[in-house]
Design a binder for this molecule. Structure first.
Ligand code: ADP
Length: 631
């Protein structure tokens, strides 16, 4: 708590000093201060000059006022020359008459430095005494008038000593002393008036300068505020134009600048948004890097492809983000600019192969500022190419085997076996079977190729699936009966167990195609069950699908092959399949057909115990009303 209070106090103090510092350093204060200083200096100079001049003039004037007129000095000279008591009286009379308010004392001293007359009655006793004033003696000796201003405890006064000359002889001197109190009082009063007027002028100037500087700085302050707003991308307000002077023009120019910045900002913003939306809707991944190869932008697709978040990848080397490890440095990737393939999640089910192409970003000057890497998902393409290669190799292989054996039999027949009544029909039979198998295979391949091209269109019709399967199984029952009736050696005894239920299950299917699927599975069940056995056909349904399962008690399928038996030419047991005349394409076709119906086909098996094939088809149960309509 105490610490908090202290910190708060310190903060307030800091804010205050900041405010003070800002106030002192503000242009407004500076202008006011300069203005006042200039005024003060002017007043001081004028004042000093004026008072000095006044003082000089006043002293001169005063000197003129007390200057003894020549008539008086002539009279005094005449009396001094006369000498004697009456002359002294006369002189006393003259100086007493001459004395005025300003003159406080007049003395007449003869050439022997003896005081002969005084204007001041109190000094009467000094008459006849020697004057001890050095200045008077000096004037008598030099014959030069002397005027000086001095001061004692009574105040300032002016002393004027005028030599009295008769012809070329100096007969004495007149000493005039006049108080200058009035003169200096006047001067003091004038100075006081001047000082008061100066102070008043300074105060008025201070107020005026504050107003003037505020008028100057207000637009500047507003400009500053506006600049801060523009820097914060707020273009809502404009600087107020107060006048058409330079500041007004600056304000107008700033408003234009701000509008231009806003426009160009909007443009670059919309440009950025467009680029963002292009990048985020691209089906290719895009990664941009700086010139060192560190990631700067990564679009959503690139993040999905590489399974990284943009924030985790930004600023990391692109080689690391692409998971290229030590093999490449980011600089290599950028400088080589060659295309390459990147495998993500290698060896897992999510393995993805990406084609990465690099392009440099260059400025107009040619300076490389970064690179763009475009990632294209080529997993499917490469898989398709592999499959296609595999398929061609499979077809060639599948056809070569029967063709080789057919050629061998025909060669044997040609070399004379045709003459052997026992071997010849056997050889011809094998040749025929192999040829038929090849024809079947080519036909199956044509069916698949049509499906691949999308040339096979389903011709769906509404059928009761229960009846449809039941009808199909009847055919197999008939084959069993027929085989048993014929008592052929290679017949297998098998029983078909039905668990179809009585409920009508209406689905929309292409009956010919679906028949082909079920036929193939039923035939396989028979083919791959050496000892016959029971084939159980079960039909169930739920709210959105029907499920047909066909189980046999045959060889079963190894677990590792379960997922592959629907691939083209894949056989769990090649020899047996061939011996049975199989093509390895039946289940592949079945899968294509079921998928085209929006359904799913899969198998489950225990090796040596039998297999179950499942077909799930989409189904929508009809409500009672519909069924009623149907009836
Ligand atoms: P084929 O013409 O070889 O029968 P299919 O595509 O119909 O071709 O079947 C692919 C492979 O799946 C067969 O070669 C066989 O190995 C295996 N297979 C299919 N059905 C069964 C089954 N009911 N029991 C055991 N293996 C089966």
């Amino acid at each position: 708590m105490k610490k908090d209070k202290k910190a708060r106090k310190e903060k307030v103090k800091k804010e205050k000093t900041n405010l003070l510092k800002r106030a002192v350093s503000s242009i407004q204060t500076k202008i006011a201060l300069i203005f006042m200083l200039l005024l003060l200096a002017t007043i001081e100079i004028i004042g000093a000059y004026f008072t000095r001049q006044m003082e000089q003039t006043s002293i001169n004037n005063f000197q003129t006022t007390i200057q003894l007129q020549s008539i008086v000095t002539d009279q005094l000279t005449a009396q001094l020359v006369k000498n004697g008591k009456s002359a002294d009286r006369k002189m006393n009379q003259i100086i007493t008459d001459y004395s005025n308010d300003a003159i406080s004392e007049i003395q007449v001293v003869d050439s022997k430095n003896v005081i002969r007359a005084v204007s001041n009655l109190n000094d009467k006793n000094r008459v006849g005494q020697l004057s001890n004033n050095g200045d008077i003696r000096e004037v008598i000796n030099s014959g030069q008038q002397k005027t000086q201003v001095a001061s004692d405890q009574k105040g300032s006064f002016m002393v004027q000593i005028v030599p009295l000359t008769s012809g070329t002889n100096i007969v004495g001197a007149v000493y005039v002393r006049a108080s200058m109190a009035d003169v200096f009082n006047n001067l003091r009063n004038i100075s006081m008036m001047f000082l008061t007027a100066s102070l008043l002028a300074v105060v008025v100037a201070a107020i005026a300068s504050i107003f003037i500087s505020r008028a100057i700085t207000r637009p500047i302050e507003e400009l500053r505020q506006q600049a801060i707003q523009v820097a914060n991308r707020d273009y809502s307000t404009q600087v107020k134009i107060y006048s058409n002077d330079e500041l007004g023009q600056l304000g107008a120019a700033f408003n234009t600048l701000s509008a231009k910045i806003e426009r160009s900002n909007e443009q670059s913003e919309s440009e950025r948004r467009r680029l963002d939306s292009v990048l985020s809707h691209m089906t290719d991944g895009v990664i941009a890097t700086d010139r060192h190869g560190n990631v700067s932008i990564m679009n959503q697709m690139a993040q999905d492809f590489l399974d990284v978040k943009a924030e985790d990848a930004i600023k990391k080397p692109i080689s690391q983000v692409l998971g290229l490890g030590e093999d490449y440095t980011s600089q290599d990737l950028i400088s080589n600019q060659s295309d390459m393939q990147v495998t993500v999640n290698a060896g897992t089910d999510d393995e993805m192969i990406l084609h990465a192409s690099f392009t440099l970003i260059k400025r107009v000057t040619g300076f490389v500022s970064g690179a763009v890497c475009v990632l294209h998902d080529v997993t499917e393409q490469i898989k398709n190419e592999d499959e296609q290669r595999q398929f061609v190799s499979n077809v060639s292989h599948e056809l070569r085997t029967p063709l080789t054996s057919v050629r061998a039999y025909i060669e044997a027949l040609n070399e004379g076996a045709w003459k052997d009544p026992e071997i010849a029909p056997q050889f011809l039979d094998v040749t025929q079977k192999e040829t038929e198998r090849m024809i079947r295979m080519v036909n199956d391949l044509l069916v698949l190729s049509r499906m691949d091209r999308g040339a096979t269109k389903l011709e769906p019709e509404w059928v009761n699936f229960t009846d449809f399967v039941s009808h199909l199984l009847n055919r197999f029952d008939m084959i069993v009966e027929h085989d048993q009736g014929e008592a052929q050696s290679d017949t297998k005894e098998y029983v078909i167990k039905r668990d179809l239920g009585n409920q009508a299950l209406w689905v929309e299917i292409d009956t010919d195609q679906m028949m082909r699927v079920i036929d193939n599975i039923m035939n396989n069940a028979i083919k791959y069950s050496p000892d016959g056995g029971t084939i159980t056909v079960r039909l169930t349904q739920n709210q959105n699908q029907i499920l047909l399962s066909i189980s046999d008690q045959g060889l079963g399928i190894p677990r590792k092959d379960l997922g592959k038996i629907f691939d083209r030419f894949y056989r769990a047991d090649k020899a047996r399949s061939r011996a049975q005349g199989g093509t390895g394409l039946g289940l592949a076709i079945a899968k294509e057909i079921v998928t085209a119906h929006g359904g799913r086909i899969w198998a489950d098996s225990r090796e040596g115990h039998g297999s179950t094939f499942y077909i799930a088809l989409p189904y929508e149960p009809m409500d009672e009303e519909d069924e009623w309509d149907e009836v």
